[in-house]
Design a protein around this ligand. Structure first.
Ligand SMILES: Cc1cc2nc3c(=O)[nH]c(=O)nc-3n(C[C@H](O)[C@H](O)[C@H](O)COP(=O)(O)OP(=O)(O)OC[C@H]3O[C@@H](n4cnc5c(N)ncnc54)[C@H](O)[C@@H]3O)c2cc1C
Length: 484
């Protein structure tokens, strides 16, 4: 008999959270801590969503999406998780750029960027100050028609080198482009500039384990291998979900699954306003990415001066089409030194990431796909040789992932690494107006994606759910009945 992953689960909860990405985990934790009965359902065999890891023989542990996030994570983790989690957040001090326009190393904070822009790029101090003040002052309610490209043209006309310095890491960090709204760039860039780039000491495996323990301490019911097939709606109100063939009722449901899957598949258009359905269909997905994961032999080391994050490119200019092309010119290398996992076996790992389009990988036959992955590995090792001489002989393990890999593990449409484009936020926020009690929390737009954005969005939605539950507890019980 197949194992029952819902064994012992109740028939009804205050809240069901669908998906255990950072937004889902955080929403579940905040609500459980507020005393709500919470059921967290994850279809994969591991929690974390894109914030995940995998092991390979030889003591190697690869982080899939732990490369860098802003200092704001410390506050969010302290408030919404535990002091132990917050304490493990440590700075990455060596961020390197190497491209045909410039080569430099920076601590990637405002002080160092002002120095670089004024001294090395010869931009007038007043322009730099004005730019920083403008982006820092941007807020969510600002005009969203200005694009990032237009913002840069206003401050640094004709300065492609400056644009590259300012934009390359953000494009990497959340998939945004020069064509996206400037507001989204401004908020994320300012978050990083506040104090630089941070990581989680101990790796994603430690972080997610600590989060799981905290959820259990707070009384949440956490289940893996639980695939939600349907979110039920009755008389305009959420009623519960069908998961692994079983119906479980809830007063509220938070979906952390991809926004488009949530609305168009899990809920279905029969329960929604046709215009809302159309708006959801029109939401664009962010691009995906390819990765090459490299583990060095146990006694092989990389000099720490090589950097923590290295934005390398051979492209003469910084352009969205070049960044996404399968003919790769830009790679971001993340270096994981033994200090990344002080309690683990001392190992050096390198992960190379490149933004990518799903369609370039989707239609390949199995043999073409395998060849393309081998080619990705081969060309990546050639590019890395410049920074880690003799890399080929130092390797213990190497493998590649593609947009198809992300689609497979997280069910994100088109393997999107950062959910949807900016317009997704409006649809995500509108969902509870369409179906009372139903919310979405997860990567939408640029501000609400990445580790910090996803986590903070989980908090926002948890507070919305709590307000709804408080209001509805003052009215007759609203726990749904069995679906029709
Ligand atoms: C290669 C890569 C590198 C990245 N690097 C960085 C970085 O350096 N810094 C940074 O800040 N961010 C980075 N990100 C982005 C960051 O990892 C994500 O934005 C964030 O983790 C997304 O969290 P989320 O809450 O939106 O959910 P996701 O991580 O997308 O998780 C959604 C979860 O829902 C589950 N699910 C879906 N459908 C169902 C269903 N029907 N039933 C049950 N469960 C379901 C999925 O299995 C998944 O676990 C990177 C992403 C990638 C792919």
């Amino acid at each position: 008999m197949p194992k029952d992953f819902l064994k012992g689960a109740r028939d009804a909860y205050d809240v069901i959270v669908v998906g255990s990405g950072l937004a889902g985990l955080t929403a579940a934790n905040v609500l459980a801590r507020q005393g709500r009965s919470v059921l967290l359902l994850e279809q994969h065999y591991k929690l974390g969503g894109l914030a995940t890891w995998f092991r390979r023989p030889g003591g190697h542990i690869f982080d899939v999406s732990l490369h860098g996030f802003p200092h704001g994570m410390v506050k969010s983790c302290r408030r919404y998780w535990t002091p132990e989690i917050a304490k493990a957040i440590v700075p990455l001090r060596r961020v390197r750029f190497d491209n045909p326009m410039f080569s430099l190393t920076t601590t990637y904070d405002r002080e160092d960027f002002v120095r670089l822009l004024v001294d090395q790029f010869q931009v007038p101090q007043a322009t730099v100050r004005n730019f920083f003040e403008t982006v820092r002052g941007m807020n969510f309610y600002d005009d969203q028609s200005l694009t990032t490209g237009e913002l840069f043209a206003r401050f640094f006309p004709g300065r492609d080198d400056v644009v590259r310095l300012l934009m390359e890491p953000i494009t990497y960090a959340n998939g945004s482009t020069l064509e996206d709204p400037a507001i989204a760039y401004g908020i994320v860039f300012s978050n990083f500039m506040a104090k630089g780039v941070y990581t989680f000491e101990g790796g994603t495996d430690r972080l997610v384990t600590l989060m799981h323990e905290e959820l259990l301490r707070n009384g949440a019911d956490v289940r893996i291998h639980c695939d939600v097939q349907r979110i039920h709606v009755e008389h305009g109100r959420v009623n519960g979900v069908t998961v692994n063939g079983r119906h479980i009722r809830a007063r509220s449901v938070v979906s952390n699954a991809n926004l488009k899957s949530t609305v168009l598949q899990l809920v279905g258009d029969q329960n929604l306003d046709p215009q809302f359905v159309q708006e959801t269909q029109a939401v664009r997905l962010n691009n995906s990415s390819t990765q090459v994961y490299m583990a060095l032999l146990p006694d092989a080391r990389v000099e720490e001066t090589t950097g923590d994050l290295l934005f390398s490119s051979t492209a003469p200019a910084f352009r969205t089409d070049l960044l996404l092309s399968r003919d790769i010119t830009s790679r971001t290398f993340s270096f994981y030194y033994p200090r990344t996992r002080p309690e683990g076996r001392p190992r050096c790992l390198i992960v190379s990431s490149t933004n990518a389009r799903y369609e370039d990988w989707a239609s390949l036959s199995e043999s073409e796909y395998e060849d393309a992955k081998q080619d990705l590995i081969r060309t990546t090792l050639i590019a890395l040789e410049k920074y880690v001489p003799g890399i080929g002989e130092k390797l213990d393990h190497v493998e590649a992932s593609t947009p198809r890999t992300f689609e497979h593990y997280t069910r994100h449409h088109l393997g999107s690494s950062f959910g949807t484009k900016f317009e997704g936020l409006k649809v995500s926020r509108e969902l509870p107006n369409q179906v009372r009690g139903l919310y979405h929390a997860g990567s939408v737009g640029i501000i609400m994606s990445g580790w910090l954005g996803a986590m903070n969005y989980g908090v926002i939605v948890a507070n919305d759910v709590d307000s709804l539950l408080m209001a509805s507890s003052r009215t007759p019980s609203s726990v749904g009945s069995a679906p029709a």
